[in-house]
Design a protein around this ligand. Structure first.
Ligand SMILES: C[S@@+](CC[C@H](N)C(=O)[O-])C[C@H]1O[C@@H](n2cnc3c(N)ncnc32)[C@H](O)[C@@H]1O
Length: 241
């Protein structure tokens, strides 16, 4: 018995992996993660479809095990890449305890769809060579570390926080002119990009009425300036790697 945890990608149906798409087409049961999975991806499948939103972990687990026991192929479809805020381990554990084998198929995270939309790099030589991926406190996290993480001065990618944008900008101890981008529904047809600074982004988000499905990216990589050329193209005689 084997279940595949598949990354659906950020929204654009062409941004699922070839393997993920094949597994979806072959599946008899697809348990998918609510509104962040583009319904277009599910449209022509022969599989039974089950939205996991509102279902308990126990209910989802028994549905999957029941299907596998009757010889069905099962895909658990997650938005973006399953390893980022996907809560997959808590789902895998009871399945593994029941003797189910699990395979994870990676996906394109919304973070990478957002950086593509912004036509920037998240790490940029001479600007920020590091990336911190985090989230503010919320329903499932009591205390966040935004202030401390923000002090590192690296690129910050903040998931699950657009409804708390004011608290987030207030908690970041960086200059008010620090560049910030908000990308709503990255790669979807209704994608929106807001560019601003720590000083004005909250106002822009309020005006655009964005309350969900958005990423906040903070840092000078957004300006696409001030970088040093990489060694990749410097000397064709002596490549670094
Ligand atoms: C439960 S997390 C899932 C993240 C997902 N595993 C990924 O790799 O993109 C949901 C959060 O991801 C972000 N998100 C997911 N899809 C998005 C998209 N297409 N555009 C912007 N942000 C998105 C939002 O911050 C949202 O609140």
């Amino acid at each position: 018995m084997k279940v595949h945890f598949v990354g659906a990608g950020p929204g654009d149906v062409d941004l699922i992996t070839v393997k993920g798409k094949r597994l979806l087409e072959e599946a008899d049961l697809v348990v998918y993660a609510g509104s962040l999975v583009n319904p277009e991806l599910l449209k022509d499948l022969h599989a039974e479809l089950l939205d996991s939103n509102g279902l308990s972990l126990e209910a989802t687990t028994s549905k999957i095990i029941e299907a596998l026991r009757s010889g069905k192929k099962v895909v658990r479809l997650h938005s973006g890449d399953p390893s980022l805020y996907g809560a997959i381990i808590e789902q895998m554990k009871p399945l593994e305890e029941a003797g189910v084998d699990v395979e994870v198929v990676p996906g394109v995270s919304s973070l990478f769809a957002a950086s593509a939309a912004l036509k920037t790099q998240l790490t940029l030589k001479g600007v920020s060579e590091s990336l911190i991926i985090t989230r503010p406190a919320g329903t499932t996290l009591e205390k966040d570390e935004l202030t401390a993480l923000g002090r590192h001065g690296t690129t910050l990618a903040i998931f699950l926080g657009i409804d708390r944008i004011r608290d987030i900008v207030d908690s970041l101890e960086r200059p008010a002119d620090t560049p910030v981008a908000v990308v709503y529904h990255a790669s979807w047809p209704d994608q929106k990009i807001l560019l601003g600074t720590l000083g004005d982004i909250a106002e822009k988000v309020d005006a655009a009425r964005i309350h969900r499905s958005a990423l906040i990216i903070v840092g000078s990589v957004l300006t696409r300036k001030g970088f040093r050329r990489s060694h990749l193209y410097r000397d064709r005689q002596c490549p670094e790697r």
